[in-house]
Design a protein around this ligand. Structure first.
Ligand code: BG6
Length: 483
């Protein structure tokens, strides 16, 4: 199978926060890999910008180190790294003050795409935007890239969007939700809209319920300050799980283009019903052998922040009325497992009699790890003695089916290149972000008003017992994730 990449023209990528964690772990390795695939044509440049007083040589040494640490050994070729480093420059610059900006202006003196990656805390987004504007760095070739959190609630998200809109058109703003850059997440759209098989059945008439799980084994150590103010609701549900829900539930856009796709996603978020307090379970992990509890990780013995959320929600529209969506995410769970299961309804009548039992189909889309799709179908149990039915998986592991072509680029490689190409399909629009907060805020405010305390759960389990209850009350059970 030949892999096809769409060529890009020369560009400058300026990374504010060029010496930070996001640059080291994600942006630099991603750009290096694209460089190796010939997607950084001369005279493209990577310009690192940060407060640290470094010269080009010491920044290039920093980049080399980051690549050795975060790029697979096989891809880490010394000659390629040398060639990549030649395209790198560094400017010592103060986001909130005058230092360094004239140098940046002097460097960016031509008419090619210039993308400014705000790999800094959200507190600096507005300052950086203002400075870019004041120094005349915003023109038709300018794009900015920002990372979540896009606000802490609806009010702050609106404020942020308003501040950005003072200096940039919406078509220049790329809000990254890295889940949208994942190959298998995009596959959701391919599976739904590239096959005739599923779409006619993709509605409340045939689908009993849909489950979305994003489980992690890691805790929050090292990010305690951020996480304690966010919790799983703001950190994962408001964005990543919401995006997965949108892709699973949206109407087919007429064309795979940015606003057509984002219009449909927005309609899903706006159709979400308010979540009933008894349809949501919060949890907090306790300590396990050699692993600190959540409260120890964030150094707050009275923390009421959740490291786990499970909830049931409904969409108020014709396609989905009556079909519950169950969402679950958490840290320090039994395994790293992200999957979506579409549970179809039982067959309406069994011609094989009561003994054969009632059966239904299930479609599981495994997002990570071990990307693949499984469709459970009902067949006759082999052997004599009557018509007994069993459910067996039609399994497709992408790695097995596609071989080396299944080695897909990291989400950041795809997303950075989409910024350069000017394709916003996989980025969140201002109204999507605001709509997601408008749905999330009342849930979080309700917890605050009621003084809700998350339920403790054993580290490396499947979460609090109440999460299982949320399902069993409806006669359902969670798929995936061992107990
Ligand atoms: C980030 C969250 O957005 O996504 C983290 O802030 C989380 O808390 C991470 O661990 C999960 O991403 P992935 O790609 O590892 O599933």
């Amino acid at each position: 199978m030949v892999s096809r990449t769409i060529p890009v023209g020369p560009f400058d990528l300026v990374v504010f926060g060029g010496t930070g964690d996001l640059a080291r772990k994600k942006i630099l390795p991603a750009l290096f890999k694209r460089f190796c695939s010939g997607q950084m044509p001369a005279p493209s440049r990577l310009i690192g910008a940060a407060r640290k007083n470094l010269d080009n040589k010491s920044y290039r040494d920093f980049v080399r180190q980051a690549l050795c640490e975060f790029v697979d050994e096989a891809a880490c070729d010394a000659t390629a790294i040398d060639a990549f480093c030649k395209e790198i420059q560094y400017i010592s610059l103060d986001a909130g003050g005058p230092q360094g900006w004239d140098l940046l202006v002097a460097l960016l003196n031509d008419d090619k795409v210039r993308a400014f990656y705000f790999a800094v805390g959200p507190g600096l987004f507005s300052d950086l935007s203002l400075r870019l504007h004041q120094h005349g760095l915003v023109n038709e070739y300018t794009r900015i890239v920002i990372e979540k959190p896009f606000g802490h609630n609806l009010v702050s998200a609106r404020e942020l969007n308003k501040n950005l809109a003072k200096y940039f058109g919406e078509q220049q703003i790329y809000r990254i939700d890295h889940y949208l850059g994942k190959e298998t997440v995009q596959n959701l759209m391919a599976v739904r809209f590239g096959n005739m098989l599923f779409e006619p059945l993709w509605n409340a008439q045939y689908i009993d319920h849909i489950q979305i799980t994003v489980a992690e084994t890691i805790g929050v150590a090292g990010r305690g300050d951020y996480y304690e103010n966010a919790g799983a609701m703001r950190d994962m549900i408001q964005n990543h799980l919401m995006q997965l829900l949108c892709l699973i539930a949206m109407e087919p856009p007429s064309i795979f283009e940015p606003d057509a796709v984002r219009d449909e996603k927005l309609k899903v978020i706006r159709a979400l019903d308010a979540v009933q307090p008894h349809h949501i379970v919060r949890g907090q992990y306790t300590q396990a052998d050699g692993f600190a509890s959540y409260r120890d990780d964030v150094e707050n013995p009275r923390s009421k922040t959740e490291s786990f959320v499970a909830l049931k929600c409904h969409l108020n529209n014709w396609r989905w009325a009556g079909t519950p969506f169950y969402l679950r995410t958490g840290k320090r769970l039994s395994e790293r497992d992200s999957e979506i299961t579409v549970v179809f309804k039982d067959t309406p009548h069994s011609i094989f009699g009561a003994e054969a039992g009632r059966h239904h189909n299930e479609l599981t889309i495994q997002l990570q790890p071990n990307e693949g799709i499984t469709l459970n179908v009902t067949i006759k149990e082999p052997g004599p003695g009557g018509m007994r039915l069993i459910d067996v998986p039609l399994d497709m592991s992408f790695a097995e089916a596609l071989g080396p072509a299944a080695d897909t680029p990291d989400a950041y490689e795809r997303l950075i290149m989409d910024v350069i190409r000017g394709n916003q399909t996989l980025f969140m629009r201002n109204d999507e972000v605001e709509a997601a907060w408008a749905w999330t805020d009342p849930i979080i405010n309700g917890w605050e008003v009621r003084g809700d305390v998350p339920k403790p759960y054993d580290a490396f389990s499947s979460g609090p017992d109440d999460a299982a209850l949320l399902m069993s009350r409806d006669g359902n059970s969670w798929r995936g994730l061992k107990n």
